[in-house]
Design a protein around this ligand. Structure first.
Ligand code: BGC
Length: 322
């Protein structure tokens, strides 16, 4: 019987899970509401439920579960600290808790790292060289694949680009500081800036037709329709994202930056502007050295990457990488 793996991604508004084989084929999928606002216990219960459903009938073939969660977290000890986007979590020993409840070995990884690994092996990264994955969704995070290896740093916290400060006088961030890239350019930030526009704005009327709550999509939609207030918000978002990307490029010299997360779905409204702004922030030798492309696996990047944590060493040795 062939070995199977489970990947779970806690990084989005839904808990996404999949049962996969060693080659990254998705055999079963599941999506459950995260409802992060309820705090750790109910979220962990749903995560366990997702794994139980995914492994129903094939439990004995399942060799491991990979869980991608927003950081900061320690992937070695398996402890999630206090992620800005998982309210109420404080030093949760998630790996241990899950192993005790599931009786299956578990690996824990930062959500952006897992998605980086997924895109590197199975998506836009094409298994080549130095690639950075940037997620722009509820939060902003990055995963660094440097010379073919997922780089975690001394404490496994590396890649927290969303919490680099890009404006010391900027808005408060969920991490308790202010002016972080996440506070200025995440999906949450775009929605907040949209919310703060005039109540008679196009952004608000689009939101009203769609449940009332302003989301980043409404701001992009208004921008597509030529709305001036939306344009200011999108240009500001792009400016800060370009600052973040140019910092990554100057430090790591990647050949490719893969941008994923909900905001990357804005596609043509985002990428041409972002590339143009980014080039203008780069030192001359760096210009034209780094492709900025949309993620190709969408929401599957995180689950595939999380599951690949169990299989990558054998695949890498086959390819002579390690
Ligand atoms: C967290 C990162 C995470 C990102 C996306 C940030 O707030 O600090 O670890 O990758 O959100 O979920």
């Amino acid at each position: 019987m062939k070995s199977l793996y489970v990947g779970i991604d806690l990084g989005g508004t839904k808990i996404a899970g999949a049962l996969v084989d060693r080659d990254g084929s998705l055999l079963r999928r599941i999506r459950l509401e995260t409802r992060a606002e309820q705090g750790p216990q109910p979220v962990i219960d749903r995560l366990v439920e997702a794994v139980i459903q995914l492994t129903d009938g094939v439990r004995s073939s399942v060799k491991g579960v990979g869980v991608a969660a927003p950081g900061p977290l320690d992937s070695r000890s398996g402890v999630v600290f206090s992620p800005p986007n998982l309210p109420g979590w404080m030093d949760v020993p998630l790996r241990q808790v899950l192993e005790d409840r599931l009786g299956i070995p578990v690996k824990l990884e930062n959500d952006a790292n897992a998605a980086a690994w997924g895109e590197y092996w199975f998506g836009a990264g094409q298994r080549k060289g130095t690639m950075i994955y940037l997620t722009v969704s509820t939060g902003v995070g990055s995963g660094l694949v440097l010379d073919g290896r997922l780089f975690r740093g001394e404490n496994t916290f590396a890649g927290e680009i969303g919490h680099t400060i890009v404006d010391p006088e900027g808005p408060p961030c969920g991490c308790g500081r202010k002016g972080c890239l996440e506070s200025l350019a995440s999906g949450t930030a775009i929605a907040k800036f949209g919310q703060n526009t005039d109540p008679s704005s196009l952004i608000h009327s689009l939101a009203m037709e769609d449940g009332g709550l302003v989301r980043a999509e409404h701001v992009f939609e208004a921008y597509r329709m030529g709305d001036a207030q939306a344009e200011i918000i999108i240009r500001q978002t792009v400016l800060y994202l370009a600052i973040g990307l140019s910092n990554l490029i100057h430090i790591f010299n990647p050949g490719k930056i893969v941008v994923g997360g909900g905001v990357s779905r804005a596609g043509d409204m985002l990428f041409p502007l972002l590339r143009e702004q980014l080039e203008s922030y780069l030192m001359a030798p760096f210009r034209g050295t780094c492709e900025v492309v949309p993620a190709s696996l969408g929401e599957d990047a995180g689950v595939l990457g999380a599951a690949a944590l169990w299989t990558d060493s054998s695949r890498k040795s086959e390819q002579g990488i390690m």
